[in-house]
Design a protein around this ligand. Structure first.
Ligand SMILES: Cc1cc2nc3c(=O)[nH]c(=O)nc-3n(C[C@H](O)[C@H](O)[C@H](O)COP(=O)(O)O)c2cc1C
Length: 365
């Protein structure tokens, strides 16, 4: 029977265990310029015992930024900053992929005053409020629908970011197609009302994600590319009229492409980390969608030790990503292996701030 602590072949890499550090936005990059630095390098290196670290979501361009203090991968300074992080992780014998991010309508013009309104598939405003550049809350803006002729530029931004990720020393990249950001906004019909080749049918709504994946595979090769998805996720005001049909199509196409992995967030953790509760009685993505994908299937969202052991032993998932538990436990694999107690996490230090609640969680003595 396969164990969570067994190695895993992922593309042409071998992960030392099946415990993945989930992508976790912490809003602690250096200002100005959203540049990763020493403190971030220390944080990631502390967690290098994960089979694979997936970096916090990282904007591919200024218009892709959605929150203050999140790092980018579109300037030379940011590449140099990330190089410190990847070097530190590699010295600690870890592996790290970069999560490529464009937030679409979740952005705000305060992050990119010269470029105006956020862009999205359609001019559909999400409900609620957003944290803007000065760390205050403001209502979402109604985004500007991308013109069809602008879409190749967005794809080119993903490709350029993928190239910079290579320069920065990452081991691969994860395309963020989850949690209501740009690519998910194209996928789901609650946010995509387009009438061109990128809207309407499921095939059309999946087109941008697949073109981005192809562009990124063109840079990295298929064995170093993964995709994150969140079927049934409602975070960021998302909904779709037929998630099973939509994600069945997407998984088939990703499977045909032979990418290294698909990473799905269970809908029971639909708040994307915003809430502490795990909803029961909602569909199970790993059960529904794993059979449709030939590569490695990573499952995330609301796992504890027993749940993770069971999911891997039963074959429902090949690896499990932990979010909040990795924030509070730099040595999570060792703790889970020994069945040692976990440090509780402190939600008040998730986003922004300094080393407190970031690099000061203790490892086992
Ligand atoms: C503080 C915080 C930041 C997060 N940032 C990201 C992110 O940058 N990219 C992403 O895909 N998911 C993000 N998530 C979602 C997590 O990756 C994960 O799916 C979620 O926390 C559920 O897993 P858990 O129950 O193990 O915490 C974040 C969650 C939290 C709590």
């Amino acid at each position: 029977m396969t164990s969570l602590f067994d190695p895993l072949a992922l593309g042409d890499l071998t992960l030392k265990n099946r415990l993945i550090m989930a992508p976790l936005t912490r809003m602690r990059s250096q200002q100005p310029g959203n540049v990763p630095w020493e403190l971030n390098a220390e944080y990631y290196a502390q967690r290098a015992s994960a089979g694979l670290i997936i970096s916090e979501a990282t904007q591919i361009a200024p218009l892709g930024q959605g929150y203050p203090g999140t790092p980018g991968i579109h300037t030379g300074e940011q590449v140099a900053g990330w190089r410190q992080v990847t070097d530190a992780v590699h010295r600690a014998e870890g592996l790290i992929f970069l999560q490529l991010w464009h937030v679409g309508r979740i952005s705000h013009s305060s992050f990119h005053p010269d470029e105006g309104l956020p862009v999205a598939p359609s001019a559909v405003k999400p409900s609620g409020e957003v944290l803007i550049a000065d760390w205050t809350m403001a209502p979402y803006e109604t985004p500007r629908a991308l013109e069809t002729v602008e879409i190749p530029e967005v794809i080119a931004e993903y490709a350029a970011a993928a190239r910079r990720a290579k320069e920065a020393g990452f081991d691969g990249v994860e395309v963020h197609g989850a949690n209501g950001y740009l690519l998910d906004q194209f996928l789901q019909d609650g946010s995509n009302r387009r009438t061109d080749a990128y809207g309407g049918s499921i095939e059309n709504r999946a087109r941008l994600l697949l073109e981005v994946v192809d562009a990124v595979v063109g840079v990295w090769g298929r064995e170093r590319v993964g995709v994150r998805l969140s079927p049934y996720g409602t975070f960021n005001d998302m909904h779709d009229s037929d998630p099973v049909a939509l994600f069945t199509h997407v998984l088939g196409k990703l499977s045909d492409r032979g990418i290294a992995y698909v990473h799905m967030i269970e809908p029971r953790a639909t708040s994307a980390g915003g809430g502490d509760t795990v909803q029961e009685g909602v569909p199970c993505s790993s059960e529904l969608f794993h059979p449709l994908f030939d590569g490695v299937f990573i499952s995330a969202g609301g796992y504890d030790r027993d749940g993770a052991l069971e999911a891997v032993a039963s074959g429902r998932a090949d690896a499990i990503a932990f979010g909040r538990a990795f924030i509070a436990n730099p040595d999570l694999p060792e703790r889970l292996q020994k069945n040692a107690p976990l440090n509780p996490y402190d939600r008040s230090t998730f986003y922004g701030g300094d080393a407190r609640g970031y690099t000061d969680y203790p490892a086992l003595g």
